[in-house]
Ligand binder design. Structure first.
Ligand code: GRF
Length: 206
């Protein structure tokens, strides 16, 4: 079976990217090759982490006058040039254009630090604290045209403690994000599935 050629898009720290890269390197996710990491920020710390792992990296920044479509077109071109078939967003801080999403049907994943559909958007752990929930968590989902609204692939819950700050809660969620993203990627590359409305139904292994 030919390997899934994966690209990861980042904008910053890159801890989820390294979690996926390391799970692939440990052969925990078979039939998957991390072929490219793209950052839209030249200063993203994750770029150094990818280069340390000898992963191909590209910086594709959005120019001051550039439209979202023009920027996404550049990224799609790079993905095509590298024969990418699956894209993981990992702290990529831009909403993708419909054109980008249509270029990779059910081929773009994202991780979000809440139990969606609660607390989409920025500062999800802070939103959870402000709301007063006792349980939050993380979600891996397909990317659609909305904000953190695509079909859910996997979720993991994390308790909110009385003395939590945004930092402590984010850190506890992040530990689970790293595990969940690798598990979800493994499911996507190794299982057959159908998407029935919003529900993902898993079939036997490929
Ligand atoms: C993570 O919390 C992820 O859930 C969210 O952005 C953050 C990225 O962190 N989408 P990192 O760059 O992977 O360390």
């Amino acid at each position: 079976m030919s390997k899934t050629r994966l690209a990861i898009l980042i904008s910053g720290r890159g801890s989820n990217m390294t979690a996926l890269a390391d799970a692939i390197a440990r052969d925990e996710i078979k039939n998957c090759e991390l072929a490219l990491v793209i950052s839209d920020k030249a200063e993203a710390k994750g770029l150094r982490l990818a280069r340390q792992r000898n992963i191909n990296t590209l910086v594709i920044e959005r120019g001051g006058q550039q439209t979202r479509d023009a920027h996404d077109t550049e990224i799609i071109r790079a993905l095509r040039q590298h024969d990418i078939t699956l894209v993981c967003l990992a702290g990529y801080m831009r909403l993708l254009s419909p054109m980008f999403i249509n270029a990779f049907p059910n081929g773009i994943l994202n991780i979000h630090p809440s139990l969606l559909p609660s607390f989409p958007g920025l500062h999800a752990p802070r939103q959870a604290l402000d709301y007063g929930v006792k349980i939050t968590g993380c979600t891996v989902h397909f990317v659609d045209e909305g904000l953190d609204s695509g079909a859910i692939i996997a979720q993991f819950s994390v308790p909110v403690l009385d003395d939590d700050t945004e930092e402590s809660l984010s850190a506890r969620i992040l530990i689970e994000e790293h595990k969940l993203y690798a598990q979800a990627l493994k499911l996507i590359v190794s299982c057959n599935y159908q998407i029935n409305a919003r529900r993902i139904l898993w079939n036997k292994d490929k």
